[in-house]
Design a protein around this ligand. Structure first.
Ligand code: TSX
Ligand code: MN
Length: 595
C-alpha cells in the first residue's frame, strides 16, 4: 500500500476488502495527472487502450461484447423489507445477497491490483456534495472516475479529518491464476453479474461488469440510487435531470432542470444553443441534479458529476456541436469504431462514413458490412470543464436556483409540444405518468410505450410510491417558491410519420415561453391536460413550420387522453397503499377535466 490512511472506517474497510478479494497489490489513488498517465500507459502496453492520433491525450477501449450496457435485471435494491424496494426494483434480502456476493468476492482480485479511489460527487467541500470511495480492480474504472468524479488528495484530506464516505466496492470478477494471461476486457458472465445497493447502510457492491453505470459507481449507483434514498431521509432531492441556465436578452437568468428517459436527447438539450436571437444557454449538467432548499427557501441544484459519459452514436455537429467541441482532447472513448487515420467514428457522425474502419468488436468494417461500426451504446468520457458552453457557475458550491422543472418523453402521438402544470400536485402527476416510446437504442421492441416516472424507474433507490410522496413533501416545504412544472414532447409526428417539430436549437422557443410564464409576461389557455401557449405567444419568428403543423403540434386529443386513463390506473395500482392519495386525486381531477 502506497499511502497511510488515517480515516479509521476507511482503513478498516480497505483491510477487510483486501482480506476478502486477495489482490496482489493495493494502490491508493490521488487523482493526479501523473497517476492518469501512468495507468493509461499501462493499459496501452497491455493492449486494452489505443491512443488516437487525431485527438490529443485521447484513447479508445473495446469492451467484451457481453459487457456493453447497464444490466437492469442484475441490479438490486436490497432492503430488509421487499416493500421498501417497491414494485419497480429487483429485490433480494440483504443477508442472502451479501452471502452470495461474498462468495464471488472471495479471491476475485488475485493477480490484480486493488485501486482505492477517494472521490467527491459535487464540488469538493460543497454543503450539497458527498464523498465516496470506490475500491476497484479495474484500471479502466480508475481513469474514467478521474474524469467523471473529483478524485483528489483533497478528498483524502477530508477523509483523514474524519469525513464520512459511501463505500463502493467493485470487481470485474476475473481473477488471474499464477501465469495466466489477461484478456483485453476481463469480466464475469452475465449470470454472475450483480449491481447491488444497500440503501439502509449506504453501501454499494458491484461484481462482474466493467462497463459504465455498472462499474463507475459514483454515477447511477451513488449519485442516483443511494443518493435518492438519502435525499428522502434528509429532505432533499437526487434526480435524473440535466441542469441549464437560460439568459434572456435583458440579462435575466433562469435555471431549468429537466428529466427525460433515455434516447430523448438529454445531453443535446443540456448543451443546446438557442435559435432565438438574444437568448443564451449554458450547460451546468447533463444527467444528474442534487437539489436542496437554500436560506431563501428556494431550491438550489448542483451537478454532482465532473464529466460527461455520453452516448456517442447520433452525436454530431448537426445534433450537438457543443458536445463535439467537448470531445476534441482528453477523452476516453469506448466501443466506437476506429478509422484508418486513427480517429474514432460512429453512426450519425457528420459527413460520410469511412471507407474502412475497425468496428467496436475489433473486426474490419466497411459501409457494406451491414453491421454497426460503433456499438449503439458506445460512449465518450469527457471533462465537463471542456464544454465550450459550460456555465461559469457550474461548480458554485451552493448551486443554482431552479425556476423550472421539465418532464418529457418520446411520444409520436397525443402529447403536445408543451404544456404547463396547473400547480405542484399536477406537476407531480405529470412526472409520475410520463413515459417514452422505445427506440432501437433501448431494450424492448421499437415503438412500445413505457411509463418511466420522472425518468427514475431504473434509478430510484427505494419504493417509487414513497418517492412520489417525497415529491409532494418537497412541494409542501417549497410552497410558493417551488419551481414551475412543464411537460414537453419534441417527438410528435404527423399522420404521414414526419416529425412535426424541428427540435434541437428551436427548442429554445419552448424554453422562452416557459421563462415568460415564470416572469408573468404571458398568459396561457386552460385545457384538460394543462396550460398551453396562447395564440402568438410561442415565438415562431423565422421558423419554417406551417400554421397547420403548429396547430397539430399543439392540438389536444381529448378522446386519446380519455383512452389513456385505464393505463394510468393500472400504472398507479402497482404502488398499492404506497401510492399517495394526492396522485389519486389528480387522476380524478384529470378525468373530470376531460369530461
Ligand atoms: O436530442 C434531440 N432533441 C433535443 C435537442 C436539444 N433529438 C435527438 C433524439 C435522439 C437522442 C431530437 N430528435 C429532437 C430534439 O429536440 N427532435 C428530434 C426529431 C427530429 C429529427 C430530425 C429533424 C427534426 C426532428 N430534422 C431533420 O432531420 C432535418
Ligand atoms: Mn442518464
Amino acid at each position: 500500500m502506497n499511502v497511510t490512511v488515517k480515516n479509521e472506517k476507511l482503513n478498516q474497510w480497505i483491510r477487510e476488502v483486501a482480506d476478502l478479494c486477495q489482490p496482489d497489490d493495493i494502490y491508493i489513488c490521488n487523482g493526479s495527472k501523473e497517476e492518469y498517465d501512468f495507468m493509461m500507459e499501462k493499459m496501452i502496453k497491455s493492449g486494452s487502450a489505443v491512443p488516437l492520433k487525431k485527438r490529443p491525450n485521447s484513447f479508445h477501449f473495446r469492451s467484451d461484447p457481453s459487457d456493453v450496457a447497464r444490466v437492469e435485471d442484475r441490479t438490486y435494491i436490497s432492503t430488509t423489507s421487499q416493500d421498501d424496494a417497491g414494485p419497480t426494483n429487483n429485490w433480494l434480502a440483504p443477508d442472502e445477497l451479501k452471502k452470495t456476493m461474498l462468495d464471488f468476492y472471495k479471491g476475485c482480485m488475485k493477480g490484480r491490483t486493488m485501486y482505492v479511489i477517494p472521490f467527491s460527487m459535487g464540488p469538493i467541500g460543497s454543503p450539497i456534495s458527498k464523498i465516496g470511495v470506490e475500491i476497484s480492480d479495474s484500471p479502466y474504472v480508475v481513469v474514467n472516475m478521474h474524469i467523471m468524479t473529483r478524485v483528489s488528495d483533497k478528498v483524502m484530506g477530508l477523509l483523514d479529518g474524519g469525513a464520512d464516505f459511501i463505500p463502493c466496492l467493485h470487481s470485474i470478477g476475473a481473477p488471474l491464476a499464477e501465469g495466466q494471461e489477461d484478456v483485453q476486457w476481463p469480466c464475469a458472465p452475465i449470470e454472475n453479474k450483480y449491481i447491488s445497493h444497500f440503501p439502509e447502510d449506504n453501501l454499494i457492491w458491484s461484481y462482474g461488469s466493467g462497463y459504465g453505470g455498472n462499474a463507475l459507481l459514483g454515477k447511477k449507483c451513488l449519485a442516483l440510487r443511494i443518493a435518492s434514498a438519502m435525499a428522502r431521509r434528509e429532505g432533499w432531492m437526487a434526480e435524473h435531470m440535466l441542469i441549464l441556465r437560460l439568459t434572456d436578452p435583458e440579462g435575466k437568468q433562469y435555471h431549468i432542470a429537466a428529466a427525460f428517459p433515455s434516447a430523448c436527447g438529454k445531453t443535446n438539450l443540456a448543451m443546446m444553443q438557442p435559435s432565438v436571437p438574444g437568448w443564451k444557454c449554458e450547460c451546468i449538467g447533463d444527467d444528474i441534479a442534487w437539489m436542496k432548499t437554500g436560506p431563501d427557501g428556494r431550491l438550489y441544484a448542483i451537478n454532482p458529476e465532473n464529466g460527461f459519459f455520453g452516448v456517442a452514436p447520433g452525436t454530431s455537429y448537426g445534433t450537438n456541436p457543443m458536445a463535439m467541441d467537448s470531445i476534441k482532447e482528453n477523452v476516453i472513448f469506448t466501443n466506437c469504431a476506429v478509422t484508418d487515420d486513427s480517429d474514432v467514428w460512429w453512426e450519425g457522425m457528420d459527413g460520410d462514413a469511412p471507407a474502412h474502419a475497425i468496428d467496436w468488436k475489433g473486426n474490419d468494417w466497411t459501409p457494406e458490412s451491414g453491421t454497426d461500426a460503433a456499438h449503439p451504446n458506445a460512449r465518450f468520457t469527457a471533462p465537463a470543464a471542456q464544454c465550450p458552453v459550460i456555465c461559469e457557475d457550474w461548480e458554485k458550491p451552493g448551486g443554482v436556483p431552479i425556476d423550472i422543472f421539465i418532464f418529457g418523453g418520446r411520444r409520436s402521438t397525443l402529447v403536445p409540444l408543451v404544456s404547463e402544470a396547473y400547480n405542484w400536485d399536477h406537476g407531480v402527476f405529470i412526472g409520475a405518468t410520463a413515459g417514452s416510446e422505445t427506440t432501437a437504442a433501448n431494450i424492448g421492441s421499437v415503438g412500445n410505450f413505457r411509463r418511466d416516472p420522472f425518468a427514475m424507474t431504473p434509478f430510484c433507490g427505494y419504493n417509487m410510491g414513497d418517492y412520489f410522496k417525497h415529491w409532494f413533501d418537497m412541494g409542501n416545504k417549497l410552497g410558493d417558491k417551488a419551481p414551475r412544472c412543464f411537460y414537453v414532447n419534441w417527438f410528435r409526428k404527423s399522420e404521414d410519420g414526419k416529425f412535426l417539430w424541428p427540435g434541437f436549437s428551436d427548442n429554445s422557443r419552448v424554453l422562452k415561453w416557459m421563462c415568460e410564464r415564470v416572469s408573468g409576461k404571458v398568459g396561457a389557455d386552460e385545457t384538460p391536460i394543462g396550460l398551453v401557449p396562447k395564440d402568438g405567444d410561442l415565438d415562431t419568428n423565422g421558423l419554417e413550420v406551417s400554421a397547420k403543423d403548429m396547430k397539430e403540434i399543439m392540438s389536444i386529443d381529448t378522446d386519446g387522453w380519455k383512452a389513456e386513463i385505464p393505463d394510468i390506473e393500472q400504472h398507479f395500482a402497482k404502488f398499492g397503499d404506497r401510492l399517495p392519495e394526492r396522485l389519486t386525486k389528480q387522476l380524478e381531477e384529470f378525468r373530470k377535466r376531460l369530461g
